[in-house]
Design a binder for this molecule. Structure first.
Ligand SMILES: CC(C)(COP(=O)(O)OP(=O)(O)OC[C@H]1O[C@@H](n2cnc3c(N)ncnc32)[C@H](O)[C@@H]1OP(=O)(O)O)[C@@H](O)C(=O)NCCC(=O)NCCS
Length: 218
């Protein structure tokens, strides 16, 4: 007799979280994804421009190292008031990108920020909107967030397009040191009232959240 035991991650239940929106499924990035993610991450995704590069490494090696280090940092420093949830984006049976959701002082400010990238072949098909919508559904409809913010360079039409498409409105411009000069960042903000009025929540299914609620201070 073969006994099949469904393995869950009781000590780190975030690994069992799943969010679905339309044809897109989000699930937490795991260590076994890192080599692939480092290989497929597109060059136009901006890492921390101030991260120190190891001597003798080129930009590609530097970026690939940061994919790994950002993952471990996020898990190693998680607390209910300061967290970054990195989710692998699955579309048409393949891993095509990453959607993150993050917050500082979340229990007080109840505000989330987000970041994302997709391989070029998966862009322009609504996947970017679906994956952002998925994490907003988690934040607004399950974690009691009051607002979502986002920022992108003013020439990043696709990122700003995703935000506009979901009802964010402009919230000012700031100057940022990109490492190679100053760039203008467009800030965007979406209050929960706007999210609810748009009725986006009905498209999103969240599974496995209950054991994770304490991770978000809920
Ligand atoms: C940002 C990103 C994830 C978006 O994914 P995507 O598949 O291109 O996005 P979608 O096709 O789902 O939606 C893009 C939206 O912006 C609009 N858009 C795209 N390019 C645009 C442009 N140049 N100007 C204005 N709107 C634009 C699209 O029409 C669409 O809006 P709609 O839903 O109202 O039609 C993807 O482009 C990417 O990986 N970019 C590189 C990394 C990056 O910049 N990440 C964000 C860092 S802040």
């Amino acid at each position: 007799m073969v006994i099949i035991i469904a393995m869950t991650h009781s000590a780190w239940p975030l690994f069992d979280l799943r969010i679905r929106c339309r044809t897109v499924t989000l699930r937490p990035v795991k260590e076994s994804d890192l080599s692939l993610l480092a290989a497929i991450q597109p060059d136009d995704y901006e890492h921390n421009p101030h991260a120190e590069r190891l001597p003798g490494t080129d930009l590609r090696q530097h970026r690939q190292r940061l994919v790994h280090q950002d993952y471990w940092r996020a898990l190693g420093t998680w607390s209910p008031s300061s967290w970054t949830l990195s989710l692998a984006v699955e579309y048409s049976g393949a891993l095509v990108g990453v959607q993150s959701l993050e917050a500082e002082n979340f229990m007080v400010l109840r505000t989330v920020d987000s970041g994302s990238w997709l391989i070029h072949a998966a862009r322009g098909r609504g996947v970017g909107v679906a994956m952002r919508k998925a994490v907003l559904g988690l934040a607004f409809d399950h974690l009691d967030a009051l607002a979502a913010v986002s920022a992108a360079r003013r020439d990043n039409g696709a990122s700003l397009g995703v935000s506009h498409s979901l009802g964010y409105t402009n919230n000012g411009v700031s100057l940022n040191n990109s490492g190679t000069g100053l760039v203008e960042l467009q800030h965007m903000r979406l209050p929960v009232q706007q999210w609810r009025a748009a009725g986006h929540g009905s498209e999103i299914a969240v599974d496995g959240l209950t054991p994770c609620l304490a991770w978000f201070g809920r």
